[in-house]
Design a protein around this ligand. Structure first.
Ligand code: IMP
Ligand code: MG
Length: 193
């Protein structure tokens, strides 16, 4: 499996490097990922008890996290998927959020939980929260994220629940991609360059 990256454009050099799975180092192993998700599931069960919950999963990055998280949830649950994109094919967030597909049921007076893979600059999270508040009067609106990359935040926003805080590094795996690749990895890795 390879993806092709221009990794040294900033120095005026254009070195094409093939990133392979051998270049990946494990940041969070699969077992720790699953353990943290089970704990978050427990917290959510305690919070919502037996109340109906509308989960909004943000594709594509949150797909792995969402399917593993909801298996722990015990309340009546309505699963929804929306598609946004912000990264393009580089390592840095563009800051612009594109709504690729946001078709949702009526969320007025519902408990809504947005499920994201990672909060980086916070632009996506802000976009989603503003979108929800503009379109619906929800009963409650919470935001959970597998990862919280706090150092790179540009918008003052925090997840209500998160599994891991990570530093300023580009990571892949468990739903997160580089140029569409690596989403299938069961662990979270970073690129050694
Ligand atoms: P934000 O809008 O800058 O907070 O970025 C949100 C989106 O950027 C996330 O939902 C991810 O899909 C993507 N993203 C942020 N950091 C990374 C990373 O390190 N690797 C892969 N994707 C990332
Ligand atoms: Mg995402």
């Amino acid at each position: 499996m390879h993806a092709c990256a221009n990794i040294k454009e900033d120095r005026g050099l254009k070195i094409q490097k093939m990133i392979t799975e051998q270049d990946l180092k494990v940041l969070i192993n699969a077992e720790d990922v699953q353990h943290a998700i089970a704990q978050m599931g427990q917290q959510l069960n305690d919070l919502y008890k037996n109340e109906e919950l509308y989960v909004i999963s943000v594709l594509k990055g949150s797909v792995m996290f969402t399917v593993d998280l909801v298996k722990h949830l015990k309340m009546p649950l309505n699963m929804n998927f929306i598609r946004l994109s912000s990264y393009g094919s580089g390592f840095k967030s563009t800051g612009k959020v594109n709504a690729v597909d946001i078709s949702l049921p009526d969320l007025n007076n519902k408990n809504v939980l947005i499920v994201e893979d990672i909060i980086d600059t916070g632009h996506t999270a802000k976009f989603l929260i503003d979108f929800m508040n503009l379109n619906f009067k929800t009963k409650s609106l919470k935001f959970c994220s597998l990862l919280d990359k706090r150092e790179t935040r540009k918008v003052d926003i925090q997840p209500d629940f998160y599994c891991f805080e990570i530093g300023n590094q580009f990571i892949v795996g468990y739903g997160l991609d580089y140029d569409g690749f690596y989403r299938n990895l069961p662990y979270i890795g970073y690129l050694e360059m």
